[in-house]
Design a protein. Structure first.
Length: 100
């Protein structure tokens, strides 16, 4: 019985950590799933569980930096899709506050 619980727990943990989290969270951060999965594996190897939690925001920050620095734009493109230039109502409203 204990072995069965261990096997089911391992399967659920693997599915959640290496498949669901990169695909769902990676879309929110606009990261390529390959970079999300690779980042989670590297984060686990370096820092363990805290590394798995922190690596997605760190990759998101790195992608934003790469998208805004001209020589690094190819790396930003490889890390994920480029956001469209369409602005939503909130950003238009906030930009209007400062007259931009």
């Amino acid at each position: 019985m204990a072995v069965e619980v261990l096997i089911v727990y391992s399967i659920v943990q693997f599915t959640q950590s290496y498949l669901i989290q990169p695909l769902v969270v990676g879309r929110q951060v606009n990261l390529n799933p390959v970079f999300s999965i690779g980042g989670i594996v590297v984060g686990d190897l370096i820092w363990g569980i805290p590394g798995m939690i922190l690596i997605i925001p760190l990759l998101g920050i790195a992608k934003i930096v790469c998208d805004h620095i001209e020589p690094l734009k190819p790396f930003g493109f490889l890390m994920g899709e480029i956001k469209s230039k369409r602005s939503n109502k909130l950003t238009t409203k906030v930009k209007g506050w400062w007259g931009k």
